[in-house]
Each structure stands twice: as structure tokens, then as C-alpha cells.
Design a binder for this molecule. Sequence first.
Ligand code: AP5
Length: 209
Amino acid sequence: MKLIFLGAPGVGKGTIAKRVVKKYGLVQISTGDLLREAVKRGTELGHKAKKFMDAGDLVPDDLIIDMLKERLSHDDCSKGFILDGFPRTIPQAEALENSGVVIDKVLELAASHDVIIQRLSGRRTCTQCQAIFHITNMPSKQEGVCDKCNGELIQRDDDRPEAIQNRLQIYETQTKPLVEFYTAKDMLISIDAGKSVDKVFKDTIEALE
Ligand code: AP5
């Protein structure tokens, strides 16, 4: 299974992708996680990407495409994968097609801006294992501590209000055109992501089976 999860920032792509990869034994490839790891390790890519990410802007296509191709060359991708947060522009989608990777389905997770802003502003992420929590929707047992690995939970720099507005605007102008791109290829399934995590997961599995 080779899938793309498409959707606005904070709609729940990462949360649902983690459950789907567990169920089917797939690999989750989050370009956001790969970039944050590069920033943490202080690589050249990390240095170049940081200023775009902190402002909520997209990292330039050439950097992202090279990073993704490198990740897709790893052996574990033969199990099948979910691309979470890629592609985000038409040139990225075209580069993926031209690389010969055949995607089975594109799942669009959709929710209102009010729901998304509530989710992003309360999100907390584990600095060690990348587990995702929410201060009210999915609180950790102990405030600031990851339930899974005891790592520190932090608020991402791009979950500040100014960056959130910018990310939502960029989604509308640069990423939303992909809905039409994949609909025209008869690959897109749209899921109402405004519901509970259990319900969105159930609907996602039904859409895949
Ligand atoms: P990235 O990390 O991909 O961020 P994003 O797409 O903005 O998505 P998020 O991770 O913010 O949200 P999500 O949809 O995964 O939601 P989550 O599951 O966490 O990218 C970050 C940056 O990297 C970009 O801004 C850009 O600079 C750069 N970048 C990455 N990829 C790129 C690319 N391809 N091209 C160029 N630049 C790129 O959920 C959010 C919160 O809601 C959580 O707290 C969660 O607990 C809660 N929640 C989730 N689902 C539910 C639910 N159903 N009910 C209640 N709460 C829920």
C-alpha cells in the first residue's frame, strides 16, 4: 500500500497516519518530521529549512524532493508507506510521478478552520519519539511528559498564532490545488476529519478496504 495523506496543517494527518501504519505494517514518512530531525541534528538541510519552517512557509521544492527521494530509497519502504505532508505543491506531485513511484490512493482529511486552529494551538509533541498529544483533546497522563517514552512534550515553534495563520493561507493557495490534481486522476478519497480520532480512523480504514 502506497498512500498519500493530504490535508491542512493540524487536521490530524500525523495522528491518523500513526494508527494506520500500525494496523497495516507500513512506514510513515512525514516530511515535517524529517525536516525537524535535520534541524535538530544541525545538518546543512536543517539550517536551510529552519527559517521557512519557523515562519510557517513551505521549504523550497528542490530541497524537499531530494530529501524525499533519499528517504524512499531505504529498504523499509518496500513494506508500503504513507506520505504524510508530501506532496504539498503541484511541482512536488509531478516530481513524485516522474520518479516512477506509483501511489495507490490519496486520502484528503478535511475539517473547518475553527477545528484546525483549536487542534494546532493545543498540540504538544514529544521531543524524543514524536508522539502527538493535545492539552484538552488528548492530554498526556502527566503534564509535559510523554506517556510512551517519558520524553519532554513541547509546543512546536510553528504552532504560534502568526505562523498558524500563514500555514493555513499557504495550504489554501499552494496545497489545495492538489485536491483537484488527484481528483482528476480518480485517486482521491475525502474523509471528514472534524470527528473524534476513533471515528476518523474507522472511516479511513473503511476507505482503504
Ligand atoms: P508538517 O510537520 O508536515 O506540518 P503540517 O502539515 O502543518 O501538519 P501538522 O504536523 O501540523 O498537523 P497534522 O495534520 O499532522 O496534525 P496532528 O496529527 O499533529 O510540516 C511542518 C513544516 O515543515 C511546514 O510548515 C513546512 O515549513 C515544512 N514542510 C513539511 N513538508 C513539506 C513539504 N512537502 N514541502 C515544503 N515544506 C514542507 O494533529 C494536530 C493536533 O490535533 C494534535 O494535538 C492532535 O492530538 C489533535 N488531533 C488530531 N486529530 C484529532 C481528532 N480527530 N480529534 C481531536 N483532536 C485531534
